[in-house]
Design a protein around this ligand. Structure first.
Ligand code: EPZ
Length: 416
């Protein structure tokens, strides 16, 4: 059960309410550690990464029950501040339990996180900020022993790069720290705003989320709450591009198109008919897409790095040559080798790539990371013939019922 078999050239059309956002849910689940009462987290996508985060919460002593699309969590029996190496390595988001555990328990014991192999992905910005808040960091073999015997205290922290994960760790740590924390140069992603909204509903005092300066006034305690996770903007782009590449007509609900301004602008530039409303996006058009002159990724609101592998596949079937420049991670082009096996014409140099559109044909390919794997599925949907995509565990970390959803929209896809 670890590969998809896809027969291409089927049009994807219909209506879809997009899953809850993985990259909002995971930090919100970590934030539950800060609270002392039950929380009901709604629109929680059923992903392998969700399962990993639930296992971490249970390992820490919290109770977690899934009720349909919701997770009911009770952290009142939190009894440990240590996450096992296996669970730490299961995903990148294990690292965002560091701040909440330090703030709640004055201690945290973790290993380096796992996650997509996009480059070195250090955690120096996380540790530097927590140290400024009074944490003491010790490495023992490959275990990170963090303590804050006098408790965390507010600090003025300037981030040299708007790291999403480091921003999440620091805002969660600051939510229970003594005094006020000023985070300058922090990440502005919509998922950061969602996390701040959850924390404020629990009684935190976070101002400025979504801007480059956040002010967080530490609270004495935080209660639980009911909260609905925002729609997944990267999953949304994945399905919109699937329709664009197969000449379909798809309406996506449950997302705020403003969160996708850059990728939607690039998508409409391909000549597809794109209409947006308050909480929906529709794409239509049977004419093959035109190429994209330039896509440069960057921290929000720039073009999101997670969408680059998706647009590589779109470019591979577009008319003309598209140019890409990746400015966030060192290794965002892991899917290019397999795209070339399918007939894509790709010129690579370090963080840049140029793709001349061509006709793709089926092949045996293998996912190397989450979004690169999704990109290979997109290419298979538009290719002549049959494609086998292996290593789909990478893909199912971030896409809920991916095979069923694509099949419901008209794709000929099965899992074996
Ligand atoms: C989050 O990863 C997302 N993951 C990623 O999505 C996303 O690509 C990334 O943000 C950028 O938007 C989750 O939210 C779970 P960063 P994160 O810290 O927090 C460097 C997906 O497909 N850096 O903003 O790890 C780092 O090496 C995933 O859903 C440091 O140097 O991203 C990278 O070059 C993939 N030191 C850059 O910053 C640090 O301490 C951006 O990393 C931290 C980061």
């Amino acid at each position: 059960m670890d590969h998809y078999i896809i027969r291409g050239k089927r049009r994807l059309s219909g209506e879809l309410t997009v899953q809850g956002a993985k990259n909002s849910l995971l930090p919100v689940l970590a934030a539950v550690v800060l609270t002392d009462g039950k929380s009901l987290i709604r629109n929680a996508p059923d992903l392998t990464d969700t399962e990993s985060a639930v296992c971490i919460l249970r390992e820490l002593g919290c109770s977690v029950v899934r009720q349909g699309r919701d997770l009911l969590i009770d952290p009142s029996n939190l009894s440990s501040a240590e996450i096992s190496p296996t669970l730490c390595r299961s995903m990148r988001s294990s690292v965002v339990f560091l701040g909440p555990l330090l703030a709640r328990c004055q201690k945290a014991v973790l290993s380096l996180p796992g996650g997509c192999r996009l480059g070195e992905r250090p955690i120096d910005l996380h540790l530097a900020g927590l140290t400024k808040m009074g944490a003491e960091i010790l490495w023992e073999d490959d275990r990170l022993i963090c303590t804050a015997p006098a408790g965390l205290k507010g600090a003025e922290i300037t981030m040299p790069f708007p790291s999403v994960g480091a921003t999440e760790n620091l805002m969660m740590a600051a939510a229970l720290a003594k005094g006020t924390t000023l985070l300058t140069g922090c990440a502005k992603e919509p998922e950061i705003v969602d996390l701040a909204a959850f924390l404020n509903r629990c009684g935190a005092r976070i101002e400025g989320s979504g801007s480059t300066v956040m002010r967080i006034t530490g609270a004495d305690r935080l209660s639980g709450c009911a909260y609905s996770i925002m729609g997944d903007r990267i999953a949304a782009m994945t399905y919109l591009i699937a329709a664009a590449m197969t000449g379909g007509d798809l309406t996506l609900r449950g997302i705020d198109p403003r969160h996708l301004a850059q990728p939607l602008q690039k998508l409409s530039g391909t000549g597809k008919i794109l209409s947006v409303g308050k909480d929906f996006c529709r794409i239509a058009g049977t004419v093959p897409p035109k190429s994209i002159p330039m896509i440069a990724t960057g921290p929000y609101p720039a073009f999101p790095t997670d969408c680059l592998p998706l647009f590589l596949s779109l470019a591979a079937v577009s008319q003309g040559t598209s140019v890409f420049w990746e400015r966030v991670f060192e290794n965002r082009y892991a899917s290019c080798g397999d795209l070339a096996k399918m007939g894509a014409v790709i010129y690579r140099s370090e963080r840049a790539a140029a793709i001349r559109g061509s006709h793709l044909h089926g092949a045996a390919v293998s996912a190397q990371d989450l979004r690169g794997g999704a990109g290979l599925v997109l290419a298979a949907l538009a290719a002549e013939g049959t494609t086998t995509v292996s290593n789909i565990a990478w893909i199912e970390r971030g896409y809920e019922r991916f095979c069923e959803t694509l099949s419901d929209l008209g794709a000929e896809i099965r899992k074996e």
